[in-house]
Design a protein around this ligand. Structure first.
Ligand code: GSH
Length: 211
């Protein structure tokens, strides 16, 4: 059975977990306790040499990087989440890249400075915080525009791109990132969070740790 090494507060980790749920793939999660530095243990580095979560093990095959893991699982199971065809897959890839570089990275900046730094006594970087908020304001409109015209990022059916976006948006509540000025995105997120691929994992981000 596929094993997904993860931490529940790591939103990159949640993307492959949501993918496995949405694709109906049997999987087990293995907690990597980042607070204890388990990501740097020799045992874990043998699975993910980058020392980060998530990682996947499928028998003897090990893989790092959330987007690569998502594609691997979808391809292996011929899931419609990564529809066949060079153009269809390129569009999914396009949105996954956009979400990774322009949404997830900037949510990470805001989340770190508003939630994680105070939680762990780290220094808040005000410039990084304001950059994150500014870049999000620049990049959310493209998503709003897309979702106001069609039900999912790549058209009429859910794909890996949508799952990547759900995972990227996980910390917005705890880190008070307001998306209410984007009504299509707000509605879309509420709908996705009501689906079993999400509710089978948790009720909300941080629920596993009583947050
Ligand atoms: N590009 C990677 C990012 C993974 C990542 O940054 N994971 C963080 C948790 S969100 C991590 O493991 N940090 C531990 C460390 O850097 O020591 C992916 O998408 O899988």
């Amino acid at each position: 059975m596929i094993e997904i090494y993860y931490h529940p507060l790591s939103f990159p980790s949640l993307a492959p977990v949501f993918t496995a749920e949405a694709a109906g793939i049997e999987y087990a999660t293995k907690l990597v306790d980042l607070s204890k530095g388990e990501q740097s243990s020799a045992e874990y580095l043998a699975v993910n040499p980058f020392g980060k979560v998530p990682a996947l093990k499928d028998e003897d095959f090990a893989l790092a990087e959330s987007a690569s893991i998502m594609r691997y699982m979808a391809r292996k199971n011929q899931s419609e989440l990564y529809p066949e065809g060079i153009h269809a897959q390129a569009k999914v890839d396009q949105w996954m890249d956009y979400i990774h570089h322009h949404i997830r990275t900037n949510i990470g900046k805001v989340h770190f400075n508003r939630s994680l730094a105070p939680m762990f006594g780290a220094e808040v970087d005000e410039k990084s915080l304001s950059d994150g908020l500014r870049f999000l304001a620049n990049n959310f409109p493209a998503i709003e525009d897309c979702l106001s015209q069609q039900p999912y990022l790549c058209g009429d059916v859910m794909t890996l791109a949508d799952i990547a976006l759900v995972a990227a948006l996980e910390p917005i509540d705890i880190s008070k990132i307001d998306i209410s000025e984007y009504p299509a995105l707000t509605r879309w997120l509420a709908d996705r969070r009501g689906e079993t691929f999400y509710t089978n994992v948790h009720s909300h981000y941080g629920a596993e740790l009583g947050m």
